[in-house]
Design a binder for this molecule. Structure first.
Ligand code: CA
Ligand code: CA
Ligand code: CA
Length: 370
């Protein structure tokens, strides 16, 4: 009895352990849900046909279901359009109204474009119901299409004579930017804490701003081949000490770049760094490691460039000992030429009596015939 019970207990324990192992193995094969859906429209440039009062269109992609856009009243059709910054394979939009609002329907179509001039219909016009049972949320699925601009054309609202939306979310698969190549800062696949604005830099378009420490942008890229690349960060900053990092999907810091104070938020410069990248499709993150800069684009080129940051500490130039100013040599006062003292004619010594045997004619007056 006791032996049987023990045997049973052991078998049960083994079975439970196996079940636990199987459960963990199962879970490990499922993709992580958290990384599956990224709202591609969040914080992107958004435009509308018009708005009423303070209910601006930027309220539709601020990530807050409580803030909403209301179009110009009594003027259907009305539209709102988001620029994803780059082409993405889009297959779903999610529309929201504030959670406390009463039931209503809105009639709308979803359009897509690569150039903002020619639009194709992604989802034909239909009437959708927003109600509390559905958390005032409507999901519209359609065939994945590569588009940069997504537009909603609203033609009716059962509760108000205007289009109303608190969130306009766009989902799909970001199309990877090729490396080597240029990645526009505003073409992020996901972000935290930043906003976009029109840039006055060469080439116009948008730049990313409102960068606070801890904010980030993720970019879907496809690296042609593994190796070292030069990445040029197009930056502008009105503050000193700003810093960014480029990280890979594992969170490894590939480079840390100090952004110079360019003395203006639209005074642009390019700061280069060298990064080593693995080949293939991957996510690169620009992380704001110290607040205060705008970013227009990142340009990846093959090979390295001399790192400009490694400015050699200048060896203190020895202060040159000042060469003493040569005191002007005084002009020599010319020594007056002394008038030569005329050699005095020797006074002939009067001859005494010459000693005997000497020449008696010596020095005596002498006269000749000629
Ligand atoms: Ca909102
Ligand atoms: Ca921010
Ligand atoms: Ca840009």
């Amino acid at each position: 009895m006791t032996v049987q019970q023990n045997a049973f207990n052991k078998k049960s324990l083994v079975a439970i352990a196996l079940a636990i192992v199987l459960i963990f193995v199962q879970f490990s094969y499922f993709p992580k849900v958290t990384s599956a859906a990224t709202n591609l429209a969040l914080g992107k440039a958004i435009t509308a046909s018009g708005h009423a009062d303070v209910y601006v269109e930027t309220n539709t992609n601020d990530g807050n279901q409580a803030t909403y856009w209301e179009s110009t009243n009594n003027a259907f059709p009305q539209w709102v359009r988001v620029d994803l910054g780059t082409a993405n394979s889009v297959n779903q939009v999610v529309l929201k109204l504030p959670t406390g609002w009463g039931t209503r329907t809105e009639t709308l179509s979803v359009m897509g474009s690569t150039n903002d001039s020619t639009y194709t219909t992604l989802a034909a016009s239909a009437t959708y119901t927003f109600n509390s049972a559905g958390s005032n949320t409507v999901t519209i699925n359609f065939t994945g299409t590569s588009v940069r601009y997504v537009k909603l054309n609203v033609t009716a609202n059962s509760a108000w004579p205007a289009a109303q939306l608190s969130e306009f979310e766009v989902y799909g698969t970001p199309i990877s930017a090729a490396i080597p190549g240029k990645v526009e800062a505003e073409s992020y696949a996901a972000m935290s804490g930043i906003q976009t604005e029109s840039t006055s830099d060469t080439g116009a378009g948008l730049n990313v701003g409102w960068t606070d420490t801890g904010d980030w942008m993720d970019y879907a890229v496809n690296v042609q081949s593994a190796g070292t690349y030069t990445v040029g960060f197009r930056v502008a900053s009105g503050s000193t000490g700003s810093q960014l990092q480029l990280k890979n999907a594992a969170g490894t810091v590939l480079t840390t770049v100090t952004v110079p104070n360019t003395a203006g938020w639209q005074s642009w410069t390019t700061v280069n760094a060298n990064v080593s990248l693995a080949a293939g499709s991957q996510t690169l993150r620009v992380y704001v490691s110290n607040t205060g800069f705008n970013l227009n684009w990142l340009n990846f080129t093959t090979g390295t460039t001399p790192t400009p940051t490694a400015t050699p500490t200048p060896t203190a130039t020895p202060t040159a000992t000042p060469t003493p100013t040569a005191t002007a040599t005084p002009t020599a006062t010319p020594t007056p030429t002394t008038t030569p003292t005329p050699t005095s004619t020797p006074t002939p010594t009067p001859t005494g009596t010459p000693p005997p045997g000497s020449n008696l004619a010596l020095n005596k007056p002498i006269v000749a015939s000629s």
